[in-house]
Write a protein that binds this ligand. Structure first.
Ligand code: SAH
Length: 569
């Protein structure tokens, strides 16, 4: 809950806007400001104070405790110009809240935490449990001092300017699920990489199950903080000891059908669970069913009274799934790059793309991003590299201009990818749309894009498609219309369209849409000189209804009311 406190009429007005926008997230504290701040501080996870920072600092001072537990506090000034993240920037989420509040009220977010200000993600914001010298290592990162990365587990981290495989430098970030203590100049990051498979007989005591799990992790030298989940068979989903153990460890309990578990190959199958629940293995199979490496094979609990064991467990290390974002950068202009695309570029630790596109967004990348750029023609290699990097557990962005799925990298990459990585696509403004907006409204009715590049497609196929579009009276946008070595295809394609459309049919030619040297013109099918077209251009040919109106190309949508208007005239 976000507590809202204000003192003046202007503050109250801004407060009410926030309360109206986030009715379920906010609570208004009325009354004397001091009491309101104290109450909100005790009851809420975050505060937004429409008060001077000085006043808030004085009120908060006696209340402040620990930066990992205190609420995040944002101050908004009387004029509503700034949303200042005052305390709890990371732990309390005040930096993020300042951004959100700023966006809503049209105020500038003010964030002074060093890591945020220079675009480095804070070591405490990676979504991983952490311990050790966070402040010292963060400072070293900011100072540009060498900080080594020792990754014992593959995990899709955002970019950090770390030296892989450790460094001579005194500082290290160690990504580990082992039960080790951090060194003096070391931060330990705990990936949730361990899956503990558990079996238990009906009525097994909680202490026996939990004790077995904890002892097993301890003996194997594994950290409890890296346990991602407990896993078992469906039939044990409500077994009290297993449910309680998951609760105690603070992790979810995941269950699988006996049938699925029976299909998992395990080193230690046995008859007892087969008879009881229908699978020869519960602990090992449920830990292994989603893949990974078996670190600790099945162990049984030992009972003081010498009775048969009632619990089993096994531990598997499951490396993080890599992430491949296929990101369209739009036609060129920065303000046609979507916020989602920007977020993906900043989230990736590896960027793969054509050098000229990388140049387009290099300034947006976070320090430490590994850039793998290559020249024209290396499409297959780029696709393979991107997928291979994701398979190694990295967060990868594969970029393309316009939309990355349109005559671009998405399909070769996804043709290589298997289901062992996560894939997200971010759409971009493709050239046909960018050009359409410049020309007017040429795509108002059915339209098609056709690439005239016969590098990957035999010309007969292209010609057949152009002919089909011509016969069906569809607006056509030609991508890759003409290059130095490929000059007869465009005239040929235009001739096919001219067989079904008047010479006066409008044609739009847009070169470098949304780039600094953008040019465009509307001409006609009869008058277009193909020699004026090159590879930086798209050519949009209207259908039989397309008109040039006031210098703009317009394909009527064919609304009935327009037809009626014309009839009436
Ligand atoms: N994925 C890109 C298309 C790649 S094919 C997209 O969605 O836009 C390359 C062709 O796209 C070029 O030959 C040209 O025909 C067209 N193109 C790409 N960007 C362009 C731009 N800014 N202006 C005009 N045409 C462009």
């Amino acid at each position: 809950m976000i507590g809202l406190i204000s003192a003046t009429a202007a503050g109250a007005a801004a407060r009410d806007r926030l309360a109206a926008a986030w009715p379920d997230r906010t609570r208004v504290y009325e009354g004397p400001v001091g009491e309101a701040v104290r109450a909100a501080f005790a009851e809420c996870g975050q505060l937004v104070c429409f008060l001077a920072t000085g006043a808030v600092v004085r009120l908060l001072a006696p209340l402040l405790g620990d930066k990992t537990a205190d609420p995040g506090v944002v101050c908004v000034d009387e004029g509503g110009r700034f949303a200042v993240s005052l305390v709890g920037g990371h732990g309390g989420g005040a930096n993020e809240l300042a951004r959100e509040v700023g966006e809503l009220l049209g105020a500038e977010p003010v964030v002074t935490t060093a890591t945020d200000a220079v675009g480095l993600p804070g070591l405490d914001t990676l979504g991983l449990s952490y311990e050790g010298a966070v402040a010292a290592v963060s400072r070293a990162l900011l100072d540009g001092a060498p900080v080594g990365l020792e990754a014992e587990v593959a995990w899709p981290l955002p970019p950090l300017p770390l030296v892989r495989g450790g460094s001579e430098g005194a500082y290290t970030v160690r990504l580990t699920d082992r039960a080790v203590e951090p060194g003096e100049r070391e931060v330990l990051l705990r990936p949730p990489s361990l899956v503990v498979g558990v079996g238990a007989s009906k009525g097994a005591p909680v202490a026996e199950v939990l004790g077995l799990i904890e002892e097993t992790l301890d003996r194997a030298g594994l950290s409890r903080k890296s346990v991602a989940e407990l896993a078992t068979v469906d039939a044990k989903a409500e077994e009290p000891a297993i449910v309680a153990a998951a609760e105690r460890l603070g992790v979810p309990l995941v269950t699988y059908s006996a049938e699925e578990l029976a299909g998992v190959e395990v080193p230690n199958p046995s008859d007892a669970p087969l008879a009881a629940v229908g699978t020869p293995s519960v602990a090992e199979a449920s830990a292994l069913v989603r893949g990974g490496e078996l670190l600790v094979p099945k162990r049984k609990s030992v009972r003081a009274d010498g009775q048969p064991a009632m619990a089993t467990c096994a531990v598997v290390r499951r490396p993080g799934r890599g992430r491949l974002a296929v990101v369209g950068l739009g036609p060129g202009a920065r303000d046609l790059l979507t916020p989602r695309a920007t977020a993906e570029l900043r989230r990736a630790s590896v960027l793969v793309g054509l050098d000229q596109y990388v140049d387009q967004i290099r300034d947006l990348l976070r320090p430490g991003t590994r850039v793998l750029e290559s020249g024209l023609g290396a499409e297959e290699e780029r696709a393979r590299t991107a997928v291979a990097e994701a398979r190694e557990g990295h967060a990868v962005a594969l970029i393309g201009s316009g939309d990355a799925g349109v005559y671009a990298m998405a399909s070769p990459a996804l043709a290589e990818a298997s289901d062992d990585i996560d894939v997200v696509g971010v759409p971009g403004v493709t050239a046909a749309l960018a050009a359409g907006a410049i020309l007017g409204a040429p795509l108002g009715h059915d339209h098609v894009s056709i690439s005239l590049s016969d590098l990957h497609t035999p010309w007969e196929v292209i010609e057949r498609r152009v002919r089909a579009a011509a016969e069906a009276d569809i607006v056509v946008t030609f991508y890759n219309p003409r290059s130095r070595g490929r000059d007869w295809q465009l005239p040929k394609a235009l001739a096919i369209l001219a067989g079904h459309r008047e010479p006066a049919t409008p044609v739009g030619v847009v070169r470098n849409a949304s780039r600094p040297d953008e040019t465009s013109r509307v001409t006609t099918l009869g008058a277009l000189d193909p020699a004026t077209v090159d590879m930086m251009t798209v050519v949009t040919v209207g259908n039989t209804a397309t008109r040039e109106i006031a210098g703009r190309m317009v394909t009527p949508r064919g609304y009935r009311w327009q037809a009626e208007q014309e009839e009436a005239r």
